[in-house]
Design a protein around this ligand. Structure first.
Ligand code: IPM
Ligand code: MG
Length: 354
């Protein structure tokens, strides 16, 4: 039976994940599917109850499941812990690494109903559809880190490391995705400064002949940030280093109206991980204010990618579009004349449309 590990995590994670579960359960009913769900602790919640942000049983559960649905981790109360016990560095990054999830797919899609919710002009963002492929288990996040005392204070080190195979596998995925889309890959780097970027560029360019239908362009990351705001529709598939991807996707999220709208799928291993790109939003937590749509859309990606249920995935995405078309909004995407609803109501509305 299809098994889903459910890791709500911290902050708003505990509120948005149940909404996505409701939606998957509605899919079970409507399409006669059946999933097995098992919950586990991760992040600060796991640290508080088990003494570690990624308990062994949580990792074991993920490894024996078919897919993982994750909310978010982190919060101010855990920021002072030793780094290896913090939700981000002690749980989320090791989980991605342990599951071999080297590619994080972040579709940046603007629902036509939300084109006016963006801070950019409607004509700049309407019908936008970009797929960002963020390398997820290498680069600056995973290189050697050091902090050593010197006379005047400290000497601190972060390193950006890539091997040829690490670049190749994620670039391949980007080319393959582009083949099924509009046939363009933008590889984003800082090759005018970084050695790792020069090699990244070389490796990606070396693969291009295998994909003659795909147009490849290289772009510096600073220019890319500008282009994303200036003329985002020039992009189809983007592929980039771990931290560049982290930063660019928060920027790109704002094109869609809110970071609360952006889902993601982390793939590459046997088990894939689905999570919204936003964080745990401690300021919103426990208030029934958070937007659950990024998590619900992550669940749709799970149906499509892990379970091959294209029709079901599309039904969820269409249900979300219909709810937006009827004028329902959470606070983050609220606009004059629309109807503001809370986290749970938004989940219920999506189910009703399904
Ligand atoms: C994300 C988040 C994480 C990341 C944090 C919470 C470690 O910002 O998924 O984008 O940087 O990968
Ligand atoms: Mg981020």
């Amino acid at each position: 039976m299809a098994k889903i590990a459910v890791l709500p995590g911290d902050g708003i994670g505990a509120e948005i994940v149940p909404q996505a579960l409701k939606v998957i359960k509605a899919v079970e009913k409507k399409f006669g599917r059946h999933f097995e769900f098992e919950k586990a602790l991760i992040g600060g919640a796991a640290y508080d109850q088990k003494g570690h942000p990624l308990p062994e049983e949580t990792l074991a559960l993920c490894k024996k499941s078919d897919a993982v649905l994750l909310g978010a981790v982190g919060g101010p109360q855990w920021e002072k812990l030793p780094v290896e016990l913090r939700p981000e560095l002690g749980a989320l990054l090791p989980l991605r690494k342990e599951l071999g999830l080297y590619a994080n797919l972040r579709p940046v899609r603007v629902f036509p109903q939300l084109a006016d919710a963006s801070t950019l002009k409607n004509e700049v963002v309407s019908n936008l559809d970009i797929m960002v492929v963020r390398e997820l288990t290498g680069g600056l996040y995973f290189g050697e880190k050091k902090k050593e005392a010197i006379d005047e204070g400290f000497r601190v080190v972060d390193t950006l490391v890539y091997t040829t195979p690490e670049i190749k596998r994620v670039a391949k995925l980007a080319f393959e995705l582009a083949q099924k889309r509009r046939g363009k890959v933008t590889s984003v780097d800082k090759a005018n400064v970084l050695e790792s970027s020069r090699h990244w560029r070389e490796v990606v360019a070396g693969l291009a002949p295998e994909y003659p239908q795909v147009e490849l362009e290289h772009m510096y990351v600073d220019n890319c940030a500008m282009q994303l705001v200036r003329a985002p529709k020039q992009f189809d598939v983007m592929v980039t280093e771990n931290m560049f991807g982290d930063i660019l996707t928060d920027l790109a999220a704002q094109l869609t109206g809110s970071i609360g709208m952006l889902p993601s799928a982390s793939v590459g291993g046997r088990v894939a991980l689905y999570e919204p790109i936003h964080g745990s939003a401690p300021d919103l937590a426990g208030k029934n204010l958070a937007n659950p749509l990024a998590t619900i859309l992550s669940a749709a990606m799970m149906l499509r990618i892990t379970f091959n249920m294209e029709e079901e995935a599309r039904a969820v995405e269409e249900a979300v579009a219909k709810v937006l078309a009827k004028g329902y909004r959470t606070g983050d995407i609220m606009q004059p004349g629309m109807k503001q609803v809370g986290t749970e109501e938004m989940g219920d509305l999506v189910i009703n449309e399904l």
